[in-house]
Write a protein that binds this ligand. Structure first.
Ligand code: NAP
Ligand code: ZN
Length: 352
């Protein structure tokens, strides 16, 4: 074992602060990574503050972070795909049983024995796994991803969660070219949803509660922007969408978006608000609407997404911050004031 500096929350109400955690020595199949950048996902905040206590209670100390880009420091003797000095990524998953039907279907996120990057039982060291707000991490090579060489690394980090979480349901929907696609919420996930939907040729409409994000939405690829609190604007688009991706992190009325769908249209929820959302049966049965959900993506699809981003020069729009600003960043996330993902420059942790 070796020690690594990290930022952790010691309770649901404490700010994140400097901590020392243990990492395992790399075993035969492991890759040891020096973390260069780590994105801040709203899931980090939900977890640090134990907002998902009824489904996934948080064990403290909690070291969040599952949008990791770093440099390989060391590889185990059986590691075949990675070499020291290579730039790699790690997302939300660090292990799974690799034999169940979900793993065989390349959707490791649904493996009953999957290990998430943080706040999951740690099979190696006991306790729970610790995430990317840290100087290093040790991960089985199966869960390490190749990063295209042409992309800005601070902007690549958020692809590992916000990227794959929006790419996967858009790809799964089918041929989205020319379809009317809505993205609800222009935050970390939402802005990546806009980029991917546009890249696949959709007519993209952003629903936002923040009028100040209108110009950015267009710059990011939106064909139209609707201020969702303006009922007149909303009425004009009722019943017209093929697909809507809902990325909202807080309580909101999902029935409004079901009402925006045309017959047989689909709302896919990726946002994970703390409290259950009330769904009206009538909003679903009139027009035979669909409501489903999506969780990140498997390793194969995550690599495909990264390669797609390399080919199309897609990265996240980031505000790079030192780790010392993480608590401030959390406060801004709660206020929907992020443009459009915070990416922590992990070199700042060395100074502590
Ligand atoms: P984020 O950057 O904070 O963005 C969320 C956006 O939702 C905000 O920027 C805001 O956009 C909108 N919003 C916030 N509060 C709202 C409210 N009360 N009513 C309406 N809109 C509101 O968060 P994120 O990192 O993108 O994550 C979004 C959600 O997805 C979180 O719940 C997160 O845990 C979840 N998530 C799920 C997965 C998955 O696999 N399914 C993966 C990652 C994250 P506007 O200002 O444009 O209105
Ligand atoms: Zn995330």
């Amino acid at each position: 074992m070796f020690k690594a500096k990290a930022y952790s929350a010691s309770s649901a109400t404490s700010p994140l602060a400097l901590d020392n955690i243990q990492r395992r020595e790399p075993s035969k199949r492991d890759v040891q990574i020096e973390i260069l950048f780590c994105g801040i996902c709203h899931s980090d905040l939900h977890t640090a503050r134990n907002e998902w206590s009824s489904v996934m209670p948080t064990t403290y100390p909690c070291v969040p972070g599952h949008e990791i880009v770093g440099r390989v420091i060391k590889v185990g003797s059986d590691v075949k795909s990675f070499n020291p000095d290579e730039i790699v990524g790690v997302g939300c998953l660090v292990d799974s049983d690799q034999s169940c039907p979900a793993c065989q279907a390349n959707v490791e996120q649904f493996c009953p024995d999957s290990t998430f990057t943080y706040n999951s039982p740690d099979k190696h060291l006991g306790g729970v796994t610790y995430g990317g707000y840290s100087e290093s991490i040790v991960v089985d090579e199966k869960f390490v991803l190749k990063v295209p060489g042409n992309l800005n690394l601070a902007g690549v980090a958020p692809l590992l969660c916000a990227g794959i979480t929006t790419y996967s349901p858009i790809r799964r929907w089918g041929d989205i070219k020319g379809k009317k696609v809505g993205v609800v919420g222009l935050g970390g996930l939402g802005h990546m949803g806009v980029k991917f939907a546009k890249a696949f040729g959709a007519h993209v409409v952003v629903f936002t509660t923040s009028p100040g994000k209108k110009d950015d939405a267009v710059r990011l690829g939106a064909d139209e922007v609707i201020i969702s609190t303006d009922t007149e604007q909303m009425k004009k688009h009722a019943g017209s969408f093929d697909f809507i991706l809902d990325t909202v992190s807080a309580d909101h009325d999902i029935n409004v978006y079901l009402g925006m769908l045309s017959m047989d249209g689909t709302v896919t929820l990726v946002g994970a608000p703390e409290k259950p959302l009330a769904v009206s049966a009538f909003a679903l049965i009139f027009g035979r609407k669909n409501l489903n959900g999506s969780l990140i993506g498997g390793l194969k699809e995550t690599q495909e997404m990264l390669d797609f981003c390399g080919e199309h020069n897609i990265t996240s729009d980031v505000e790079v911050i030192p780790i010392q600003k993480v608590n401030e960043a959390y406060e801004r996330l709660v206020k929907s004031d992020v443009k459009y993902r915070f990416s922590i420059d992990m070199a700042s942790l060395k100074a502590e």
